[in-house]
Design a protein around this ligand. Structure first.
Ligand code: FE2
Length: 367
């Protein structure tokens, strides 16, 4: 059976972070990454145990959630993992069917199909566990016409918020880090439970620096819209950056979220002006760039100024850059990517990217 008949997925629905202080995190993503706060749930809306802020930019929806008391599972999650991604929620046409199929294929249940409603209509949701304590919620939006989900009230963004948008348009891929030896287990999970197919495999030869290595396989579903690379650490002379993540996250979890822009130079310039910190490029990288990728539309000196990397494959090229970690633990970060035909993940940049990460890893005393 074709994957999209077995498990139809319309698109990304939203990404929910559990964080220590959602009010402040929402302000950070709004003022630096240019997201617009659009909805809120908390004591004022009848939610007793948490506060959640929904932020939007292009088609990307982030939800930032904090516990209101110390004995909440959200507090335990934050104590163990720090701020991190709890839920990669996917929009599906039938949340009950998606759940049935996933459970029958061996997934662990997190939420049985449940309908919630308010005056704007109904939403049916269900959820399963993926790696670590991370969830995939299946969201079936039925006839729902409200701002986000039942229980949320719209937030009137202050007018300034509209001008901070940096052109982030959609999610491209979300990467998970899993333990040594576990990558293939999760590849099987995405094949069996979600009907995904493996599109790429990078071995530790492809992704290694002088010091450390990792392996990665990319799973794809939802008519090609949903892409999940899965990394595991590999043996190197020093500690793999994936192992550093696992040590500080306290197990497997989301490493980075890649967001698409149509104009990476403008996006990154504005993000830097608004205070986002990126991994810097090395001048030697730009000296060799044209020889490696050939002619490109962008001015290489501008790319160098912002630290933007370029890679070419058979279909075209792509431009990409990684932010520094977006919390104190060396765990989650954001990638900004612009695709000009290329469908890969920047294989030609892995070495440069990972060396940049290792320079920071060394500063942390973890290399
Ligand atoms: Fe990526």
């Amino acid at each position: 059976m074709a994957q999209d008949e077995y498990m139809p997925i319309r698109n990304w629905d939203h990404i929910e972070f559990y964080v220590g202080n959602a009010k402040q995190a929402a302000h950070y993503y709004a003022t630096t990454f240019g997201f617009t706060p659009i909805a809120y749930a908390g004591l004022e809306t009848g939610v007793r145990d948490r506060a959640s802020y929904v932020l939007e930019q292009g088609k990307i929806r982030l939800v930032l959630t904090s516990a209101l008391t110390g004995d909440s599972p959200i507090s335990e999650h934050v104590a163990r993992h720090g701020d991190g991604v709890k839920d990669i929620a996917l929009e599906v046409p039938d949340a009950a069917k998606a759940y049935r199929q996933a459970i029958a294929a061996g997934a662990r249940s997190a939420l049985e199909p449940t309908v919630t409603e308010d005056s704007f209509g109904q939403v049916r949701r269900s959820a399963i566990y993926t790696y670590g304590e991370t969830l995939h919620t299946f969201v079936e939006r039925m006839d729902y016409a409200g701002v986000f989900l039942p229980g949320y009230k719209p937030l009137d963004a202050e007018p300034a918020a509209r001008h901070r948008g940096v052109g982030l348009a959609a999610i491209d891929h979300i990467v998970g880090n899993v333990e040594l030896g576990k990558m293939d287990e999760w590849v099987k999970f995405y094949e069996n439970v979600l009907g995904f197919t493996q599109i790429i495999h990078f071995d530790d030869e492809a992704i290694s620096t002088e010091y450390s290595a990792l392996m990665s396989k990319v799973m794809q579903g939802g008519h090609g819209k949903i892409k999940f690379p899965i990394n595991e650490p590999a043996q190197g002379r020093r500690k793999s950056q994936i192992q550093e993540y696992l040590d500080y996250y306290g197990g497997p979890g989301v490493q980075h979220i890649a967001m698409i822009t149509g104009d990476i130079v403008a996006t990154v310039r504005q993000m830097q002006e608004q205070g986002v910190e990126f991994l810097p490029g090395l001048s030697s990288y730009y000296d060799e760039l044209e020889g490696r990728v050939g002619k490109i539309d962008e001015d290489i000196s501008e790319l160098q100024k912002y630290g933007i990397l370029v890679d070419r494959d058979d279909d075209g090229y792509l431009l990409q850059i990684f932010t520094k970690n977006v919390q104190d633990r060396p765990t989650v970060f954001i990638e900004v990517i612009q695709r000009k035909g290329a469908r890969g993940f920047g294989e030609g940049n892995f070495k440069a990217l990972f060396e940049a990460i290792e320079r920071d890893q060394a500063l942390r005393g973890n290399l």
